[in-house]
Design a protein around this ligand. Structure first.
Ligand code: ADP
Length: 259
């Protein structure tokens, strides 16, 4: 799996959100998108997934222009994990995950036994098989997020794009979701995810794309891309980077004192 964007411009109609953006991702890599609210992360995701037409530049998926793929052709290669939403209809967890199989079914055929088994396997894979019969709308945010990742897994796409997969999760569930992301990458999947916590990039990403106002301030290995100066610029307040004993790094924000 190879995804690349060159000199990409993206936005809504003629309204520009981002431009001059380059990125490249192969199977087994984790690309973390960091940037403040409204900087264009979701818009970039939708553009990379072909849900929004690009305004300029190139997007290549496995050596072919993204525009050459059908909607189903893209979905067989890229799965999207949106932010865990409330869910309106009371689908069971298994039914939710089974929806990931839609792209492999014919126009008039429903899921078959193999699809159901694949959905069950995806739930087992994420350690949530016991939730299969539960009503999706009655799960906790962390459980819902894992179900949405299971749905993406059942889609059997080699690349998964995740929009803030740790948003609104408690500390433990964040760590669990991020550990799953690492496990999937170790199996050869390419992962793109956004987060509001720069520490997630240090710890889990092979590459980080630092976005501000739709432009890449830096893109590369976290140790090189995430300097104190750039983090301070992106988040609009002084940020210190502290090294921990086990080669980990953490960011500490230093808001201006009121005295
Ligand atoms: P992020 O995901 O980084 O918070 P978004 O990609 O959602 O940022 O938004 C980037 C910019 O695009 C914002 O200024 C936002 O107001 C604007 N925007 C988002 N959705 C739409 C839309 N459907 N139509 C027009 N502008 C939009």
């Amino acid at each position: 799996m190879e995804l690349s964007a060159v000199n990409l411009a993206f936005g809504y109609g003629r309204q520009r959100v981002g431009k001059n953006l380059d990125l490249q991702l192969s199977g087994g890599e984790i690309l973390c998108l960091l940037g403040p609210n409204g900087c264009g992360k979701t818009t970039l995701f939708k553009t990379l997934l072909g849900l929004l037409p690009r305004q300029a530049g190139h997007i290549d998926l496995d050596g072919r222009d993204l525009n050459e793929y059908s909607r189903a052709g893209i979905a067989r290669r890229m799965a999207y994990v949106p932010q865990a939403h409330e869910g309106v209809f009371a689908y069971s967890v298994h039914e939710m995950v089974l929806m990931g199989r839609n792209v492999h079914q014919g126009l008039f055929s429903g899921p078959d036994k193999a699809d159901r088994l694949r959905a069950t396997a995806a739930l087992q894979d994420l350690g949530i098989a016991d939730l299969a019969k539960r009503d999706y709308t009655r799960l906790s945010g962390g459980q819902r997020q894992l179900v949405l990742i299971a749905r993406a897994l059942a889609q059997d796409a080699p690349l998964i794009v995740m929009d803030e997969p740790t948003a609104s999760l408690d500390f433990g569930n964040q760590a669990r979701v991020l550990a799953q992301i690492v496990r999937l990458a170790e199996r050869g999947l390419g992962i793109v995810f956004s987060t509001h916590n720069p520490d997630h990039a240090w710890r889990y990403a092979s590459q980080v794309l630092l976005l501000k106002d739709g432009r890449a301030l830096a893109c590369g290995a976290p140790e090189e891309a995430l300097t104190e100066r750039r983090l301070s610029e992106v988040y609009g307040l002084p940020v210190r980077v502290e090294a921990l004993a086990d080669h980990q790094r953490v960011c500490v924000a230093r808001p201006a004192s009121r005295s």
